[in-house]
Design a protein around this ligand. Structure first.
Ligand code: PYC
Length: 414
């Protein structure tokens, strides 16, 4: 056993280094309170401190950091969206991700793989061409490729899906598509925010929000009251509970989203493979496990449980694409919550409640947005006005019927 390990194990003088402090006391007031210790909330705390010098920030997390959507996704990063607003926003996120490990000085296992969205019909190919045109117009690397290219790049794929599904006719290929270690993104932002002066309070539940004269005045928690003039809600699937506290209505519906991983293998699948028609997406993690997911569970529910029905359905579609997986064992599965909007775009920005800022509607696309949402929401909170990149995503778009239709770029349907 290495000497260093023995030294840490046997001596009280070498306490385990902590990623971030856990302050015992919750103070009576903060300049900003962030509800939700996922990657979005932690990133916002980090950028508030580092980009805007606002360090008097408390992040309140009911459980432990990364317990929600951050730790329950399939860690896909891409910017091949359908709308200009979406593509620009996610491209900004990809840009931040590329440099994030260096900036936060933490290995995020960021790995650029290339992302294929398979098309099994002429209609799907038409949407892919549309996306490729929007992407290229904005300088995003994305093109429609044919069967030969797919077969050459992913030799294990069965382009005819064993005859069980319509054959693959082509794909939208997005070389910058990447994966990362999702927990590491939360930990690294937490450490960065903590070092920059923000406080992270786990096991701290928000029970109410005080609004006086149309403005936020404070937050009630199970550890006492905090006076504050600014609250950012970044709680994804729990958004309806929080918005109810300030009397805001949103069109969100919350559905479970499940995923699984298989036993690990030597690396064989370099690309990220998505079939929106089969509601299936697969990649191979740095650990060698295949990480795969399917569409939303078809009912509204705020519960993060796993079902055999999901595993059976997804396994069938994985075999349609990769019959070589027939004897592979599932190692574990999990469920998360997807807060879905009618237009498949997020809700971000100011609200008509003074000092209440909303970061929500992350459906099945939240992880890839973590850096950009943190950055733009920090700007929005600091300047009290929406960052230009997120103006189109303000909640008020539903009152103006000015939606940002992104369904054609979602990996899964609803
Ligand atoms: O939007 O890339 C995506 C995605 C993958 C899995 C679920 N959503």
């Amino acid at each position: 056993m290495p000497f260093r390990l023995l030294k840490f194990g046997l001596s009280r003088n070498y306490p385990e280094p902590r990623m971030f402090r856990s302050p015992e006391r919750l103070r009576d007031s903060y300049d900003v309170v962030i509800i939700g210790g996922g990657a979005h909330g932690l990133a916002a705390a980090y950028y508030l401190a580092t980009e805007h010098g606002i360090r008097d920030v408390a992040v309140l997390e009911r459980r432990y950091i990364g317990h929600g959507g951050t730790g329950r996704n399939t860690a896909i990063i891409r910017s091949n969206y359908l709308t200009e607003e979406g593509a620009r926003f996610y491209e900004f996120s990809v840009d931040l991700y590329r440099d994030l490990a260096r900036r936060l000085d933490y290995n995020l296992f960021y790995s650029q793989r290339g992302h294929f969205t398979l098309a099994h019909s002429a209609a799907a190919l038409r949407t892919q061409r549309w996306r490729a045109a929007v992407n290229r117009h904005l300088g995003i690397d994305s093109e429609v490729v044919g069967r030969e290219f797919i077969a050459r790049t992913i030799p294990e794929i069965d382009l005819d899906c064993g005859g069980h599904q319509p054959p693959i006719e082509g794909a939208l290929y997005h070389p910058p598509g990447a994966i990362a270690r999702h927990d590491a993104v939360a930990w690294a932002y937490a450490r960065g925010a903590d070092r920059a002066g923000a406080e992270i309070h786990q096991q701290t539940a928000v029970t109410g929000i005080e609004v006086a004269g149309g403005k936020v005045a404070g937050v009630h928690t199970d550890r006492g009251f905090i006076a504050t003039g600014k609250v950012l809600s970044a709680v994804a699937g729990w958004t309806p509970q929080v918005t109810r506290m300030v009397g805001l209505r949103t069109p969100l519906v919350v559905h479970p989203l499940q995923a699984l991983v298989t036993e690990p293998f030597k690396p064989w699948l370099d690309a990220i493979v998505v079939s929106a028609s089969l509601h299936t997406y697969i990649s191979q993690s740095a650990r060698g496990e295949l990480v795969a997911g399917a569409s939303l569970d078809p009912y509204e529910l705020t519960a993060m449980r796993s079902t055999l029905e999901f595993a059976e359905g997804l396994a069938g579609h994985m075999l349609d694409l990769f019959p070589c997986l027939a004897d592979v064992r599932v190692l574990r599965q999990w469920g998360g919550l997807a807060d879905m909007t009618p237009d498949f775009s997020p809700i971000m920005g100011t609200t008509h409640v003074g000092g209440f800022y909303l970061d929500a509607g992350w459906g099945t696309w939240g992880f890839k947005a973590s850096p950009a949402s943190g950055y733009t929401m920090a700007h929005t909170v600091a300047k009290e006005t929406d960052h230009p990149l997120i103006e189109a995503f303000n909640l008020s778009r539903f009152h103006r019927f000015d939606l940002v239709g992104e369904k054609g770029a979602a990996s899964v349907g609803h």
